[in-house]
Design a binder for this molecule. Structure first.
Ligand code: ACO
Length: 442
């Protein structure tokens, strides 16, 4: 088995697949098995200086080198720029599949037949309407609210309506949860947008495709029939595919962590969406647009790059914990941008983005740190061309990522090795102290 994110070599013939560790404190030697290029952190616990010793732990802030699960959903090779869902290269999925097919693949493990695809999209469309009271709930938000916290809280609120979803052992309930969350994510997103813009809600239309229906709920005004340009519908559908899963990233780790307490799935997904909101994660595409606005013109790019190199700024949309060569999603989006701009007209910020990339790719600061454009560097430009305001970008990311979160959550529930997430710590605080009287406290 090839562990996602690792490319270990098999043991050479005649050698053992194990790690020999000598504890220099005691002189004792231990043999730790290596499986899938990994040693088990718990195997270190046997390494003790005496019977009262707790045993050795591994210290890995920010999980830089720790596998927290076994997963068959997504494979990434960050050095080679490879991303596959269930074994299929992201490039082929983006070229040949719809978002709902990719979502089915992530959840069920294989691509649907035509019959399965029709039943799947029908079930999702039927569950797209949100409970009526959610609209009242949305009315409570100020008109200048950020749509992402609105999305996060409305996702959490679904837990109050679908209480039987708490029975995680009921397969039928789990299926319903999947239909509802994939179906209602665009509805909640569009309703947040309409509320902020003082527009009446447009109910989901079962007859429309997933992404066309989303655009209809977002942008339909007085016209009898709203029909988004098919090239733009396809572009957004592809963006949803590209963002659908990315193995154990911050929000996916969150959905597994929150879900590991066996909380209901809506609360777990709200937790994941909250993690996605941060500017270092799914909020980066919004930050990229703000950065491009701030730079304003191409001639100001060198000064901005100098600020980045001087540690004053970050080049948003650049860098990735895993990709150290290129982000294959960014390459697909960059190509797609031309097709979108053919329909919408060229976004002038594209030239600034291209110039930033050109300078960064030739500059040792970025080369030596292996900083390349990530998925968010160009996605925001496309979102903007599709008429979405930057404040809305993280919500779009969350719609696409919902299927990945669900696939990972389902996998976690069925993994007999998984338990409630509970990392260890190295305590750095005071030794035992006596509580002083108030008059003696300083
Ligand atoms: N601009 C400038 N310098 C950067 C950037 C950047 N975007 N990213 C990393 N660096 C520098 C760091 O300052 C550090 O330099 P140093 O070695 O001199 O201290 C070095 O590169 C290593 O960076 P880390 O922060 O250690 O890398 P890490 O893996 O922890 O962070 C991250 C990855 C969060 C994505 C980071 O590159 C970043 O903040 N990028 C900008 C935000 C962004 O685009 N996020 C979206 C990621 S993709 C996604 O979530 C969908």
């Amino acid at each position: 088995m090839q562990a996602a994110g690792t490319r270990g070599e098999a043991a050479r013939p005649g050698t053992k697949s194990s790690l020999t560790v000598i504890d220099n404190r005691t002189g004792k030697q231990y043999e730790l098995p290596i499986e899938d290029n990994t040693v088990r952190a718990l195997d270190f616990r046997q390494i003790k200086t005496g019977p009262d010793d707790f045993g050795l732990m591994t210290y890995d802030p920010a999980f830089m080198n720790t596998a927290s699960c076994r997963s068959s959903v997504t494979f990434i090779d960050g050095d080679q720029g490879i991303l596959r869902y269930r074994g299929y290269p992201i490039e082929q999925l983006a070229e040949q599949c719809s978002y709902l097919e990719a979502a089915y693949l992530l959840i069920h493990g294989d691509l649907p037949t035509a019959v399965q695809a029709a039943a799947w999209s029908g079930s999702i469309a039927r569950h797209a309407p949100v409970p009526e009271n959610v609209k009242k709930f949305l009315e409570g938000f100020h008109s200048d609210a950020h749509p992402m916290p609105m999305f996060i809280s409305t996702i959490a609120s679904l837990s109050t309506f679908y209480r039987s979803s708490r029975d995680l052992n009921d397969a039928q309930e789990r299926d319903l949860t999947v239909y509802r969350l994939i179906g209602q994510a665009p509805t909640l997103a569009a309703y947040a947008y309409r509320h902020l813009n003082g527009l009446p809600y447009v109910a989901p239309d079962e007859e429309m495709g997933y992404t066309a229906n989303f655009l209809n709920m977002m942008f339909k005004r007085g016209e009898r029939h709203y029909a988004a340009n098919p090239s733009l519908v396809r572009a957004l559908d592809i963006l949803f595919i590209l963002q659908a899963d990315h193995e154990q990233n911050c929000s996916t780790n969150t959905v597994r962590g929150v879900g590991s307490s066996r909380v209901d799935p809506y609360s777990a997904m709200a937790g994941a969406a909250a993690a996605l909101y941060g500017p270092l994660h799914g909020g980066a595409n919004e930050a990229v647009l703000r950065m491009l606005d701030e730079i304003g013109t191409i001639d100001r790019v060198p000064a901005f790059i100098a600020d980045v190199k001087g540690g004053k700024r970050k080049l948003m949309g650049f860098g990735h914990r895993v990709y150290k060569n290129f982000d294959p999603r960014a390459a697909i989006i960059k190509k797609m941008a031309d097709q979108v701009f053919e329909v919408t007209g060229r976004n002038p910020k594209l030239d600034i983005a291209l110039e930033l990339e050109r300078i960064a790719r030739g500059d040792d600061y970025f080369i030596s740190r292996k900083l390349y454009p990530n998925v968010d560097f160009y996605s925001g430009l496309i979102y903007q061309a599709l008429n979405f305001p930057p404040i809305f970008f993280p919500v779009l990311f969350a719609i696409g990522r919902m299927s990945g979160w669900l696939a990972q959550w389902l996998e976690m529930l069925q993994d007999p090795e998984q338990k409630i997430y509970r990392p260890r710590q190295i305590y750095t605080g005071s030794d035992k102290r006596i509580v002083p009287q108030v008059s003696q406290r300083q």
